[in-house]
Design a protein around this ligand. Structure first.
Ligand code: URA
Length: 266
């Protein structure tokens, strides 16, 4: 398949696409032994020999899309062990050979669906406010929300960084002291759910992400991961072009290309 030269260089991890264009302009790139300064040139990475500064490009790492059920008490960072020896998500990804990055973050104490990928372009889009990727959280709060508070959450809460966008709330259950709601938002501000509930007077006691755009956490146990199915990847890509922000049923265990990775225990 023919791809633009700057994308081939960027996909090989040598430089960003803009930097790759600079390298081409500077005459530092050869295609099949000839210097190429032509910007729109398309090459076939499987057939053409591309070199930057005389060095062959490594083949692009295959794209990987991983869903982790992040447990509480784990940092959404790839270095490990994290600050003061705390667990990081990296430690739950043994068996994922590609270097994948979290798409957004979950707080240290939050759990649930965390998407990780090495598809930088898709990740960027999924995080961009323009695409309004919806996220649904199961939230345990102190006390019981009344209808006026639910309407406030749904229509917009004034936070220090501005009014929140439209949200949906579903009541799940309640006891005398606490209640559980499902809150769906389409923004990704820091600590957004906790801050929204703080404003309406019901601090968050527990937070779990159940959905991310079309993806559903489903049966995946805490601390385990699985690779996305082709259908899920397809639906994610549809979101990133502005359609298809609807949940897809989580696949049943051990079918198709779904693989579960064991979490590490130590
Ligand atoms: N909102 C929060 O407050 N925390 C999270 O981790 C995610 C959303």
């Amino acid at each position: 398949m023919e791809i633009r030269l700057q994308k081939v260089i960027a996909d090989a991890g040598v430089a960003s696409r803009r930097k790759a264009e600079e390298l081409i302009r500077q005459g530092r790139v050869t295609v099949n032994g000839r210097v190429s300064t032509e910007m729109g040139l398309k090459v076939d990475p499987a057939r053409d020999h591309v070199k930057v500064d005389g060095r062959h490009l490594k083949p692009a790492a295959p794209k990987a899309y991983v869903m982790l059920n992040k447990p509480g008490g784990v940092l959404t960072t790839l270095e490990g062990p994290g600050v003061e020896g705390r667990f990081t998500v990296q430690q739950f990804l043994r068996g994922v050979r590609q270097r994948v990055f979290p798409v957004g973050r979950l707080d240290y104490d939050a759990e649930g669906l965390l998407l990780l990928t090495n598809d930088g372009q898709l990740a960027q889009r999924l995080l961009h406010p323009r695409y309004h990727v919806s996220k649904t959280y199961l939230v345990k709060v102190k006390g019981v929300l009344d209808d006026a508070q639910i309407r406030t959450l749904e229509s917009g809460v004034r936070l220090r960084d501005g009014l929140t966008g439209p949200a949906q709330v579903r009541k799940v259950r309640k006891t005398e002291e606490n209640s559980w709601i499902e809150l769906t938002i389409s923004e990704g501000r820091t600590h957004q759910v906790k801050r929204m509930l703080e404003v309406v007077g019901h601090p968050v006691l527990k937070l779990k992400r159940l959905r991310f755009g079309p993806l559903k956490l489903g049966w995946l146990p805490p601390g385990e991961y699985r690779f996305l199915t082709d259908a899920e990847i397809h639906r994610l890509r549809a979101v990133a072009v502005g359609s298809g922000n609807h949940p897809l049923p989580a696949p049943p265990p051990s079918r198709g290309r779904v693989r579960v990775g064991r979490r590490l225990a130590s």
